[in-house]
Design a protein around this ligand. Structure first.
Ligand code: 5RP
Length: 239
């Protein structure tokens, strides 16, 4: 396993330690979450606990079912105890960029429905300024996306690129939408303002800036050591 993979494994397994019997868990999306799912399935078998998961993507649902993790929906289980998800960038104020895997819309809904959110990241994702290394994903409706693109560029002060698959066709999310990956020349100066401006553009379904939706960050540094970044809320909750 590469260093990158093993750092993801470290945080995936660390997150599983926060799971308790009977919990309703939001299951994020991505390669780091995949390790959490494995750790969760192992913990369920070993400790004979039962949990219910609400998935943020078809990919996660397929994986969870394969591992024998029971899944539900927000319609049946509207309130969740915790959500565990990855991120593309995290800053010191617990603000996130998400959507590298294209699941940002459902991820935000699930995070908002959760009492606490644990974000798990490998090395290199804890940054001083959002958007300096990673392009900001925005989910947009296919209808009129060309006009939406112009608006995003003008109002957001960025360069949006339509995400495509190998064939050159647009990448389509689980919601049937498209993704713009937006480049900010010098990173995102004011994530709150940028989030607000972009969210108000017609045709934008969701913006990949997550604000006030992260309580605890579990990060693995380059050597694979676990580093915890905890809000006061998480410190009390997980004491
Ligand atoms: C998907 C996401 C993922 O959490 C994010 O892209 C991180 O993925 P990975 O764990 O594979 O690096 O936001 O929409």
């Amino acid at each position: 396993m590469s260093n990158e993979q093993s750092s993801k494994q470290v945080v995936g397994y660390a997150a599983a330690e926060y799971v308790r019997d009977g919990m309703r868990i939001g299951l994020g999306t991505g390669s780091t979450v995949a390790f959490f799912l494995e750790a969760l399935a192992e913990k369920m078998a070993k400790e004979k606990i039962s949990v219910i998961g609400v998935c943020t993507s078809q990919q996660t649902e397929d994986h969870a079912k394969k591992l024998g993790i029971p899944v539900s929906t927000l319609a049946e289980t509207p309130h969740l105890d915790i959500a565990v998800d990855g991120a593309d960038e995290v800053d010191e104020q617990f603000r996130l960029i998400k959507g590298g895997g294209g699941a940002l819309l459902r991820e935000k809904i699930v995070a908002a429905a959760s009492e606490s959110v644990i974000i798990i990241i490998g090395a290199g994702k804890y940054v001083s300024k959002l958007g300096s290394g990673f392009l900001l994903p925005i989910e947009v409706l296919p209808f009129g996306y060309q006009s939406t693109k112009t608006q995003v560029a003008q109002k957001g002060g960025c360069t949006p690129y339509l995400r495509t698959i190998e064939s050159g066709e647009p990448f389509v999310t689980d919601n049937g939408n498209y993704i713009f990956d937006c480049k900010f020349e010098n990173g995102i100066d004011d994530p709150e303002a940028t989030h607000s401006i972009l969210s108000q553009i017609a045709g934008v379904a969701e913006v990949g800036i997550f604000l006030n939706l992260c309580d605890l960050v579990l990060e693995a540094d380059a050597e694979g050591n676990l580093v915890k970044h905890s809000t006061d809320y998480a410190r009390n909750l997980f004491a």
